[in-house]
Design a protein. Sequence first.
Length: 476
Amino acid sequence: MHLFRFIRAHYQTISTVAVAGFLLAVVIFLGILFYAQGRSAMELRLKDRLQTVATISAQLFEGEELDTLRTARDAQTPHFLKLARRLKDVLEADPNINSVYLLRQTDDPLRLEFVADADSLTPFAELDEDGNGTLDASESVPGPGEPYDVSQVPKLQGEAFLRPTTDDDVTEDQWGATVSGYAPILRADQSVAGIIGIDMSADRYYELATSIFSPVALVLFLLLAGMLSGLLYIALSHRRIAALTQLENERTSLLQLVMHQIGTPLTAFKWYEEDLQETAGKDACDPEEVREHGRNVQEAIEILQNVFEGLVQADQIRRNVNSYRREHITLQSVLDEVAKIEEADLTRRSQKLSVDVPEEIFIEVNRNVIVGVLRELLRNAITFSPEKASVALRAHRKGNWAVIEVEDQGCGIPTEDLSRIFGKFVRGSNAGQYKPTGNGLGLFVVKEVIDKLGGKIHIHSLEGKGTTVEVWIPVE
């Protein structure tokens, strides 16, 4: 139970850490995968190159030449020296080749015998690597007829005498990594006399494959993976903090709304209820006083009803704006309709409205939706402008956008409120001076609608100077 409570309480943090950890694991896994693939690709390339070198080198020899070299005594013949010289040329042709030798089959499939080795011409001093004056087993050069155990080399048990091939595995020891390749040497009648074997170093290829994953590079790679995970964690944390901040702002704004818009009527209800109780205790009630209480209660009820209707309307518009049928309409007709609807309020406040649409602009939106948006903006302009002020409705085309402007000369919005003015339940800090009642949902709903129409909305305002709201609607 405590574990479940802990998970619920720290769900966001746990999920953020889990995503960051997952990303780190993915990056490390991809790094290991790329390393393995790089090593495998280099190994295949090495084997392919080695097989090609063995095939070409086998063409330098004739099977009948191998048949003449059978015993150690043959190592002193000119024919042997000629073969050894050719093997030495192959060895020196590529710095990655470690050794070159010729082998033939015997009656025992697990035992071959040497014919010649490229090191047969190497001076004694070079062969005596430890400088002890004698050639140890690892330093001696095999001569013609010397046996070679191939029980641990599957390719030399048959396949190497049929076609060019390489060992499946790379041999790694204290001298480095080596891979061996083989190709058959044919007689004139196409029978196989023996094979040429070439041992090639794999160190250079592995260095290429592992260079990007050297210890320093690996540390840097892990640091980069850690940084990416850290950045993701920070980004998700910031998003969470921003979401919590927005939620807290909305909660605070809603609380203010409840305290002001709902608290005021409730206080009035309480006061009128107490007053009516006192009136009921009198022998005679003053009808006018009762009617006055009734009017006050009605006003309080209307305040509560406006708050409720505003919340319901905001929710309905947010959910249903995309379901409205779009229409091909002109902006001129929309602005004229909005101006006519608000004409009574303009007249009552002795304000002057100018409508300016210099060109015919068509938009694809639902008429009721766009009219509702512009009515909300125009009502704000009227409400927060002084009597006899001028208000403007303008529209023009800018590229693929229709830009509608609602401009007033009213009280303006304080600079510190602009960044959150489109938030839910948010009102300008000076709004109460001009409109005591209000739910802070108007601009929030307007932005939600414009966003769902694929448009944009911007607000420019200077406190004490006025406000201009720009609505951008995409056009065909």
